[in-house]
Ligand binder design. Structure first.
Ligand code: UGA
Length: 429
């Protein structure tokens, strides 16, 4: 098939590259000439394992094209996917201006029959709005059907999540659109749920919010375990073995961050308010998440007392490993709170140096973990990069002023570090 994606963020770029790799001809429409030129050379604007190779391979074999132009690509496509961002507004709602703008441009360029589908996460009701905009802007001879096809990929494992998803959700009442979309997804082996717009939209918010509930539950159990003398990791392992609960997304730490969970939990609270339902469970999930981040700073105060002029090294800046994404990264708040207390911060991240500089221009970012350890009073692991699991802790100890470590992701064995003379603090143990 010929398909077009609007947007080359994580969702647009990864899904476009995967569909090209499955044998389709794929056009990706962006809005920045430099980025488009780079993408056509296989240079991608984000760090995602395997993506650069997949894009380059499909650009080279003539199946993946990047452009600024809607014409003639929309007209030539069997299916068009909207995959632009929906960031949070000040009131906690999703900002839909780009999605709606793009819908108008697609509408104006439709020709013949096209399936238009939205992958961006949008609040219930938005898909009806998009459909209306397409209808109002299309030429009289053009025909289209519309669907909501939410995306469930995770950053850091985006390609394998797209190739092997747990399910494919297609929200449309049009039989013709169902046929096209089912055929397009045929090479992907996953159960397909066909439903209406509203249900598809809510599946996405309900899934992300439920995963956030699990993480906050794990953080609440961690907090409780610290007071009761229990080992939260064993408690969570113990409950996770119950198949009804499941062991995934139960790792306590500095709270969830990133471009999805914080935004989508907020949006679902806001969507609920609009229909007079106070989703108090999710409000508490946000509160626990905030406290999980605050707790890292509380622990730093517990170890060092007054933080004024104390040297603190931060290991990891991105919101999770295997990505350079700094959107809503836990490190931003933690560093700012430590700095408010007068601490002097040095940081290192294997991939997020440039992206972190963009949000924290004054942060002292050094070239490796040992540079962070030099003369530090305390080390804090904020992101669980594998690289940090293999550090030489004898060297780290010799470089530090005092061997204190807060392991906010529980990546080390406490006994090993204590045996080397470290004052170790994890989360929930
Ligand atoms: C999340 C969902 O997992 C995807 O299914 C969804 O498609 C995506 O949002 C989206 O809506 O686009 P992502 O934000 O890339 O994916 O990353 P996750 O792996 O879900 O991690 C989110 C945050 O939760 C990270 O900060 C991570 O460190 C934290 N986390 C995760 C925990 O603190 N504990 C856990 O047990 C798991």
């Amino acid at each position: 098939m010929k398909i077009t994606f609007i947007g080359h963020g994580y969702v647009g770029l990864v899904t476009a590259a995967v569909f090209a790799d499955l044998g389709n001809t794929v056009y990706v429409i962006g809005h920045n000439q430099d980025k488009i030129d780079n993408l056509n050379k296989g240079i991608i604007p984000i760090f995602e394992p395997g993506l650069s190779e997949l894009v380059k391979k499909n650009v080279d074999n003539g199946r993946l094209f990047f452009t600024l132009d809607y014409s003639p690509f929309i007209a030539e496509s069997n299916a068009v996917f909207i995959a632009v961002g929906t960031p949070t507004t000040k009131t906690g709602d999703a900002n839909l201006s780009t999605v709606l703008e793009v819908a108008e441009k697609i509408g104006k360029n439709l020709e013949g029959y096209t399936v238009v589908a939205t992958k961006s996460t949008v609040p219930t009701g938005t898909n009806k709005k998009i459909q209306k905009i397409l209808q109002e802007n299309k030429a009289s001879g053009a025909e289209f059907d519309y669907a909501s096809v939410p995306e469930f990929l995770r950053e850091g494992s985006a390609i394998s999540d797209t190739v092997n998803p747990d399910r494919i959700v297609i929200g449309t009442e049009s039989k013709k659109a169902q046929e096209v979309l089912v055929k397009l997804h045929e090479p992907i082996n996953a159960p397909v749920i066909i439903t209406n717009f509203e249900t598809a939209e809510l599946i996405k918010y309900a899934a992300n919010s439920f995963l956030a509930v699990k993480i906050s539950y794990a953080n609440a159990i961690a907090k409780l375990s610290e007071s009761l003398g229990a080992d939260a990791l064993k408690v969570l392992e113990g409950i996770g073995m119950d198949k009804r609960i499941g062991s995934m997304f139960l790792s306590p730490g500095p709270g969830y961050g990133g471009s999805c969970f914080p935004k989508d939990v907020k949006a679902l609270i806001s969507i609920s308010k609009d229909v007079d339902y106070q989703f108090a469970l999710l409000q508490e999930v946000e509160n626990i998440n905030h406290q999980a981040k605050r707790d890292i700073v509380r622990k730093a105060r517990k170890v060092l007392g007054d933080l004024k002029n104390r040297k603190i090294g931060i290991l990891g800046l991105s919101f999770k490993p295997k990505t350079d994404d700094m959107r809503d990264a836990q490190s931003i708040d933690i560093i700012s709170w430590l700095e408010n207390d007068g601490a002097k911060i040095k940081a290192f991240d294997p991939e997020a140096k440039e992206t972190a500089k963009a949000v924290m221009p004054n942060l002292d970012i050094v070239d490796d973990a040992y540079g962070v350890a030099k003369d530090a009073d305390l080390l804090i692991v904020v992101t669980d990069w594998n690289d940090f699991k293999e550090l030489d802790f004898n060297k780290i100890k010799s470089l530090m002023k005092s061997p204190n470590i807060i392991d906010s992701r529980n990546i080390y064995n406490p006994q090993d570090l204590q045996a080397l003379g470290f004052n170790y603090m994890g989360v929930g143990r």
